[in-house]
Design a binder for this molecule. Sequence first.
Ligand code: MG
Length: 219
Amino acid sequence: MKFLKFKNSNEQVPIGKLVCVGRNYAAHAKELGNEVPEFPVIFLKAASNVIYSGQSVIHPKYSNNLHHEVELVLYIGETIKNANDDEAENAIYGYAVGLDMTLRDLQFEFMKKGDPWTLSKSFDTSAVLSDFILKKDYKLKGNENISLSVNGTIRQNSSLKNMLFPPSKIVKYVSEKMTLEKGDLIFTGTPEGVGRVVVGDKIFAQIENIGSLETTIAE
Ligand code: MG
């Protein structure tokens, strides 16, 4: 079982489900040749996929195209179902920086066949997290910078204001489809600039005022 790590709290919260949004930045949807969606595209990762900043991403041998995706991650702090706007916002207790590591070659094969993406998104070490900052310690403005570099070169650099669906809208939408519980995490999608990493590469990702993480790609 994996637990959340907080900046200013020692509370022990087991990680629940990882709900992820695809295509939440128009420029990223376009770079992969996808339409901008009318509703959020939703998929899941397993809690056992999580590692924390400082640990290594293990490159699966069955892929030749491991991609980085930096994302704002929401920490759901209470049970909600069919939330209205206020309930959705109030259920977000904190924020972190996350990496939604993706096997792009497998994802494109699955999409072509009409199969689920699961194995391209959910594998050991595919979800990297920074410590979580609690909302009571920082109120998200929604225009924070989000960026990622590989070996010191900036690859992704955008603003949270470019999200098509802001955090409360995502939480509201997901809560209409499945109950959200304390310890569930929501990965809110990545801006443009995703790309390949190989064994030995060092990733540094950060979101202004939220935090940062670093990881190395290992065999
Ligand atoms: Mg993603």
